[in-house]
Design a protein around this ligand. Sequence first.
Ligand SMILES: [Zn+2]
Length: 81
Amino acid sequence: MTDDDEIGDNIRILMDAGALPVGEVSSRRVGLISARTCDACDNAIRPTECAIELEFWKTIVVNLHARCAKLYEAELRRRMP
Ligand SMILES: [Zn+2]
């Protein structure tokens, strides 16, 4: 999973399966978070990589690479009314 199209496909599959939330983001944090796994592409987020943390309904937290977050947020916008 390196290609934007592949990651985008994977994000859509995860959203359809309910593994990634489809809803309004209640908070968004950008920064360096260490040793976590990206919820979109399932690869590790290295401490040197910029990560995005998205929170939904103040309960569910999704950790993503900056690039994966961009694809995910684009897909969210497409699905939201
Ligand atoms: Zn990722």
